[in-house]
Ligand binder design. Sequence first.
Ligand code: APR
Ligand code: PHB
Length: 386
Amino acid sequence: MQVAVVGGGPAGSLLGILLHRAGLDVVVLERRSVEHVRGRIRAGVLEHPSVTMLREHRLADRVDREGMRHEGVVLSDRGDPLRVDFQGLTGHGVVVYGQTELQKDLFAAIEAEGVEYLDEIEELALGDVTNRPVELRYRRGSREETLLADVVAGCDGAHGVTADAVPRGVRRTYERYYPFGWLGIMAETAPVHPELIYARHERGFALCSMRHARLSRYYLQAPLDTDLGAWPDDRFWDELRRRIPPAAAERLETGPSIEKSLTPLRSAVGEPMAYGFLALAGDAAHSVPPTGAKGLNLALADVVDLAEVLLEAKDPGPEALQAYSDRALRRVWRAVRFSWWMTTVLHRFPDDGPFAERIQDAELALLRSSVAARRAMAEQYVGILP
Ligand code: APR
Ligand code: PHB
């Protein structure tokens, strides 16, 4: 069986590895160069089940050596910190490990095991996905190529082309745009706190995260039309100090940023996640705001489900892929709800007024007073679905 995987980010790379190991013929087709994909800065938190899964597939050596195990997070409400003890509440933690590093680990396996990964492919066009074989045409350098596939996996992210192969009458998209983005920086400074700080503040949300002992990642809620040029590092650090707990603000180590970017926040799910001989996985099928750190974890979980369906079905076709879609969507919607909830509770919504603010007060008061509320939050954050 020939599988074409469109897109070689974390989802496509992992799928390529799992199917190749099982003896299937698989080709990963990636638009950008390997260097570009390897260098991209993206997410940073691996849920407990993601780490377990990577271990099971012998892909977690470096995650285990270099990842930072976190047993909780801090939620700050207008400067007042509340720790949520993941380990105590669920028996599990998460691992802070950059998607950039995970992508390097996946490339190492791809190279060592001889998974076919073609980068810098251009103008990919999908033929009729309701008939087998599906024809994929693309250009690589000056050569026009055609690939015939029994199954196509669309792992081409939020701006890919495979989702468009599902006709408008079949595919329904559920989405919510948030009226703000995250202004993020990376700096070679010590993280301000050993755990992540998610901070609600009247000036807007802030997040203190990290990659390792000398690499910090910070974000500020910012308007969508924010001009990065208007945010020199000093302005960023001053604003961050205002939004986080005073004890953290005092300790904050500042330094030149090595990256600065603005990410809009959006929730979106396209249903179904399969059509004919095409299945979608990861950001190609859904987007979540980064607030719950779910994007990368959802992508990895989709791929594991899809690989299982492809390997278990005798002759995987529309029915098996539909079963994958049904299974994945149940999980996806729970993560969509959680990241929507965290976003809604912690951000300042410019048009929402005092009622919404009081609701946020009540949400945070509930978390502070109720161990059951904290446990529910912790279970969802670490990714165990009771
Ligand atoms: N043809 C081939 N490749 C494409 C095309 C195309 N037309 N369009 C996009 N791609 C590639 C992109 O260059 C990218 O490398 O598909 C890949 C998609 O990767 P990601 O965007 O990383 O998506 P995914 O693998 O689903 O990873 C999950 O979780 O943390 C979040 O958004 C974050 O990237 C992360 C995602
Ligand atoms: C990150 O470190 O980039 C990060 C961490 C947690 C989030 C989002 C992003 O919720």
